[in-house]
Design a protein around this ligand. Structure first.
Ligand code: ZN
Length: 269
């Protein structure tokens, strides 16, 4: 089986002394691509360096996490920290300069879990619109983070992407059923983490979304499917197993279609 992890954080300090072993286990499990996600300028540079070091397996996704963009991400999240609000234009320039090495733009979006909606909606929405327009300009897929902001993100994506100019991947989507349907109608992809084994919400999501619009991710080191320990790309196998159960297909059939979806989105880059 050809497997993919479209969203993980291998620059997290948890992987520091175990990356080689983690990559070996991923390859052994059948992983053909790991898209490592950035969240701010500092992490984006680490992501690019990592992709350069492991060009076969690791792909770079450069992002501007909504909370980092506002400059309110607390230190100690396990990844390189950015002090103060992010200068979007400057980061766009950096991404454009490295365009050939950039697989997609993410994670980006809005978050009303860590930031109060009343106080930050206007700024978050403005940042998000600018990022979407930039992604369209350089023709890169978007990977969306929409914690407690699913409806707001969908609305802005619908307004900004009128003709399916770029693919949209909803990462760890936790919106209600009507919002799942809206995302499907808009042609968005939904990437399913291994913690689906214990999440009825993700099981419902898999039921609602056609297999042609599903992908797999881990968000590792977070969202482990197991009671103990941290998450890693090899565990994407758990997402495949669970999707196969829900869709009543074999794991091979599921993996094959998800591989096709991946290729449709990313072509040869
Ligand atoms: Zn993430």
């Amino acid at each position: 089986m050809n497997l993919i992890d479209v969203h993980c954080h291998l620059t997290h300090e948890y992987f520091k002394d175990k990356l080689d072993a983690v990559l070996k286990r991923a390859e052994k499990a059948g992983l053909k691509a790991l898209i490592v996600s950035g969240v701010n300028p500092e992490v984006n540079r680490e992501v690019l360096a990592l992709a350069k070091k492991h060009p076969k397996l690791i792909k770079a996704s450069l992002g501007i996490y909504p909370i980092d963009a506002l400059g309110i991400q607390p230190e100690g999240a396990g990844m390189a920290h950015h002090k103060g609000p992010i200068n979007l234009e400057e980061e766009f320039k950096f991404i454009e300069k490295n365009e050939d090495a950039v697989h997609c733009i993410g994670e980006v979006g809005m978050d009303f879990h860590w930031a109060e909606k009343e106080k930050t909606y206007a700024q978050q929405a403005e940042n998000f619109r600018k990022i979407i327009r930039f992604a369209i300009k350089i023709r890169k897929p978007l990977v969306i983070h929409s914690r407690k902001a699913e409806e707001e993100c969908l609305q802005i994506l619908e307004e900004e992407i009128k003709n399916k100019e770029i693919p949209v991947i909803q990462h760890c989507f936790s919106g209600r059923k009507s919002l799942m349907s809206k995302g499907v109608e808009l042609g968005h992809y939904f990437s399913i983490p291994p913690c689906i084994v214990k999440s009825s919400n993700f099981q419902t999501l898999v039921k609602k979304v056609p297999l042609t619009q599903l992908l797999t991710e881990t968000d590792s080191p977070w969202l482990s499917p197991y009671k103990e320990g941290m998450n890693e790309p090899a565990f994407v196998v758990e997402s495949i197993k669970q999707i196969a159960l829900v869709k009543e297909l074999s794991q091979e059939e599921v993996a094959e279609q998800i591989w096709k979806n991946y290729q449709r989105i990313f072509g040869k880059n």
